[in-house]
Design a protein around this ligand. Structure first.
Ligand SMILES: C[S@@+](CC[C@H](N)C(=O)[O-])C[C@H]1O[C@@H](n2cnc3c(N)ncnc32)[C@H](O)[C@@H]1O
Length: 274
């Protein structure tokens, strides 16, 4: 037997084992995503069938941790989709300015590129001192990376271009110090970011927040799980709060579609109705 013959039942049983032993619940992630990642791991590790994989997951914690990395795609970048950040500056910042203090939640923050981008915008808008950014992920490995705020020097050309396209007018290199290999983000950006481990599938509502960004995360969930997580976001947002999703994500086909108005349809920015 190989992955081509792998049945839904076998995958379900593997995911059940992962959940029971390690508490990570991938049972409602999209089947196509799970299949792709498991197939990839089997090839890389020379595993022939699911039962062999199952036994490795149960008996080898470092393999299980590798599988967790595989299943939680962590690709990210600063000012990812610059047009989105441009719209955020134009359509969301004016609303945030009306609040005496601002709470922002980045759900599925990966290595923190998105949270640092937001800290830069809030600093430029003179709002950062009254802002708290909660940046959460269920993957401890990326969270530790995020907290350090260290990124490869090689990424800075692309990040600088993104920043400028998003409407940034400062010198982007002023936001970090660099050595020959890496850059480290300024302490002034880190100071109001709270990094926390939070699993969107199994953990509960976050504090009442004014803005939620959950971009390029729900795309990996099936529709039932998307609905569940959308309910979590709805319950976490204040009335009039803003929800930002990724370019391939949306509220259509979810139960809460009618509970939001569109601030920018193309950039997937929504406002919770009063
Ligand atoms: C593709 S990255 C997106 C990062 C960032 N939001 C962006 O758009 O650049 C997806 C992130 O979601 C996280 N993630 C996946 N499932 C999650 C869950 N159940 N709870 C919390 N985070 C999750 C992954 O660990 C990963 O860091």
């Amino acid at each position: 037997m190989n992955i081509k013959d792998t049945s839904e039942l076998e995958i379900s049983s593997l995911l059940e084992d992962v959940y029971r032993k390690y508490g990570y619940d991938f049972r409602q992630y999209s089947e196509a995503h799970i299949m792709r990642r498991i197939k990839n791991r089997m090839t890389l590790s020379g595993i022939e069938d699911i039962s062999q994989m199952q036994s490795k997951v149960l008996n080898d914690e470092s393999f299980a941790s590798q599988l967790l990395q595989d299943l939680s795609i962590t690709v990210t970048e600063m000012f990812r989709d610059p047009e989105f950040y441009k719209s955020l500056r134009e359509n969301v910042i004016p609303i945030l300015k009306t609040y005496p203090f601002i709470k922002i939640w980045h759900a599925g923050c990966s290595t923190g590129a998105e949270a640092y981008s937001m800290a830069i915008i809030m600093q430029e808008e003179g709002l950062y001192d009254r802002t708290t950014i909660y940046a959460t992920d269920f993957n401890q490995h990326v969270l530790s990376h995020a907290k350090e705020g260290i990124f490869s020097n090689k990424l800075m050309k692309e990040y600088t271009a993104n920043y400028q396209l998003s409407g940034g007018n400062e010198s982007f290199s002023g936001y970090y110090t660099s050595d020959s290999d890496n850059v480290i983000m300024n302490q002034s950006l880190k100071k109001n970011i709270v990094w926390a481990n939070h699993n969107l599938v199994t953990d509960s509502v976050f504090a009442e927040v004014h803005l939620i960004l959950c971009r390029n995360v729900l795309i990996y969930f099936d529709i039932n799980l998307q609905n569940k997580v959308q309910k979590l976001f709805y319950d976490s947002l204040i009335n009039g709060g803003i929800l930002c999703l990724g370019s391939k994500e949306g509220l259509r086909f979810t139960d809460l579609d009618k509970e939001y108005s569109e601030l920018d349809k193309k950039q997937k920015i929504f406002k919770k109705k009063y």
